[in-house]
Design a protein around this ligand. Structure first.
Ligand code: PGA
Length: 260
């Protein structure tokens, strides 16, 4: 089974809606010059909520080959939940994906695995593909090894989903996020392989074969090719480097680095 690589740009709380349009247009020009084809590598951007309508309009009117999604969603469909943005609204804006369980939300907003599971189900119920983030802190790694916490986090979510669910998993060691200190490709591969085995165990081998597992944490153009050589790494969730058009477009063009 060949899985189309996915390069996902998580903008976090950066770029207003005008800056978002400029970035998307520049990215499109840069990748067009580089003869980028979406059949080889899928590109997705994850702007703040307030940018999504503008990003949608830019992508649709210029017929750009980019997917987009939100960085979070409500576990509820509608109602008295001040500040929540429901999956229904995101689907209406043409989102394909939504990130759930990013470590910054787990830490800043106290989201636990059950909340991440509820958000994943809410996404799927509206036809959105959840990008389910898991990862260990440095303390977890020291105490339990690299894979114990990410596997436990993922298992709680998977056990509540139907086996044919379309999901993406992102392995992001918390110590590697924004630190400039990425995991080694081998460290990433080892955990991604165990995560894939967990998907196989809970959802079956078809799900394990088709589900893309991304690595995230200080991904740059200099290290992306070495991650993508690993058999269980199907792409990257890129934070800081996705805000720099030239750098992100070099990341998207990783097959050129591999050939070179
Ligand atoms: P980083 O962030 O690439 O800036 O390390 C990754 C992420 O948090 O998704």
């Amino acid at each position: 089974m060949t899985r189309t690589p996915l390069m996902a740009g998580n903008w976090k709380s950066n770029l207003n809606h005008q800056e978002a349009v400029v970035l998307v247009q520049k990215l499109a020009w840069t990748l067009k010059d580089a003869k980028y084809s979406a059949s080889q590598v899928e590109v997705a951007v994850f702007p703040p909520f307030t940018d999504i309508r503008s990003v949608q309009t830019t992508i649709e009117s210029d017929r750009l080959e980019f997917a987009y999604g939100a960085q979070d969603l409500s576990p509820f469909d509608s109602g008295a939940h001040t500040g929540d943005v429901s999956g229904e609204f995101l689907a209406k804006l043409g989102c394909t994906y939504v990130i759930v369980g990013h470590s910054e939300r787990r830490t800043d907003h106290g989201e636990d695995d059950e909340t991440v599971a509820a958000k994943s189900r809410a996404a799927l119920s509206h036809g959105l593909t959840p990008v389910i983030c898991v990862g260990e802190t440095a303390v977890d790694r020291e105490a339990h090894g690299a894979s114990a916490v990410p596997v436990a986090q993922l298992r709680v979510v998977l056990e509540t989903l139907s086996k044919d669910s379309d999901i993406v998993v992102a392995y992001e060691p918390v110590w590697a996020i924004g630190s400039g200190q990425a995991a080694t490709p081998l460290e990433a591969q080892e955990v991604c392989a165990v995560l894939r085995a967990t998907i196989a165990e809970v959802m079956g081998s078809d799900a394990a074969d088709r589900t893309r597992i991304l690595y995230g944490g200080s991904v740059k153009s200099q290290n992306i090719a070495s991650f993508m050589r690993e058999k269980d790494v199907d792409g990257a969730l890129v934070g800081g480097a996705s805000l720099d058009v030239d750098e992100f477009s070099r990341i998207v063009q990783f097959p050129k680095h591999i050939i070179a």
